[in-house]
Design a binder for this molecule. Structure first.
Ligand SMILES: [Fe+2]
Length: 293
């Protein structure tokens, strides 16, 4: 099992370092404790990497991979893993994470994070792949719960049981995307609080919060599907669930995820400040509604 000291893990809320904001962040150094990057945005962009390294001199950084695809039946792309490792060695992040999903097939990179059946065969596959990723990156990997819209009839265990077993087998950690829990519970008709209760709390090293949108559910006339757009502010019920998650997991580095229709930097900073306020109020015993804006 890989382990590393977490004495430099920031407790406050961070924001994504997305390309439209990178020059502004380097120039203005906004008061936020950490930044998250998608390494794939920097691997072929030397100018952006230069700015990233300038930002890194001022901020802790978390690396969130979107192309490692631990769920691919064809295995891990080792050359991609090596490229990510090189960037990680330059940036020295406090965490590295990725999704419980697959997004590549036979060398083709797809634009979606696709779901997996939760059964013994997939567990064996993911165990081998997470071992390979942790070995290749030289550090623990945090696996993020996906946003779900459909399930597999072949699944034999729940997502929480699946993630817990991965933690047990590989020593990986978990990134709990609270918004994904909320919207998946809505879409898949399960209890979001029970999902949070079921995760192995000691393994949760980071939280995500992102905006989602309601769309008509074509499979269910009159029904509503929540879609993980990362294109708007965090919804009120997701803030409520965040307070619940903080009570269970304690204060963890929390990312405000916003990847589409990217707003002014000030909007992201305000969302991060709200996450900090809710965390402080929750842990000091006050109802977070008292500080919710
Ligand atoms: Fe997320």
């Amino acid at each position: 099992m890989l382990s590393e000291s977490n004495d430099r893990v920031p407790t406050g809320a961070g924001i994504g370092l997305r390309l439209p904001h990178i020059a502004e962040i380097v120039a203005t150094l906004p008061p936020v404790p950490w930044l998250e990057i998608h390494p794939e945005n920097f691997l072929a962009n030397p100018h952006a990497t230069e700015l990233l390294l300038a930002a890194r001199r001022q901020y802790q950084v978390s690396v969130h991979t979107v192309g490692i695809s631990i769920g691919s039946a064809h295995g891990i792309d080792r050359s991609h893993l090596k490229r990510v490792r090189s960037l990680i060695d330059m940036v020295d992040p406090f965490l590295v994470s990725g999704h419980l999903a697959w997004s590549t097939h036979a060398g083709e990179y797809l634009n979606d994070l696709l779901p997996l059946p939760y059964d013994d065969e997939t567990l064996d596959l993911l165990e081998a792949h997470i071992d390979e990723v942790q070995e290749g990156l030289g550090r623990p990997y945090l696996v993020e719960n996906p946003s779900s819209y459909v399930g597999f009839g072949a699944s034999t265990i729940s997502e929480v049981e699946f993630l817990s077993e991965l933690v047990r087998r590989t020593g990986c950690q978990l990134l709990c995307d609270v918004s994904n829990v909320y919207l998946s519970a809505h879409n898949m008709d399960y209890d979001a609080h029970r999902y949070i209760d079921g995760l192995p709390a000691d393994a949760v090293g980071e939280l995500h919060l992102g905006g989602f949108a309601a769309e008509d559910d074509e499979a269910q006339p009159g029904g509503e599907l929540l879609v993980d757009t990362h294109a708007t502010i965090v919804a009120e019920p997701a803030w409520d669930l965040y307070a619940y998650a903080i009570r269970r997991f304690g204060r963890k580095p929390t990312l405000i995820e916003w990847d589409n229709d990217i707003p002014p930097l000030a909007t992201l900073l305000a969302e991060a400040a709200r996450a900090d306020e809710i965390a402080r109020a929750t842990l000091s015993g006050r109802a977070h509604r008292a500080v919710a804006g």
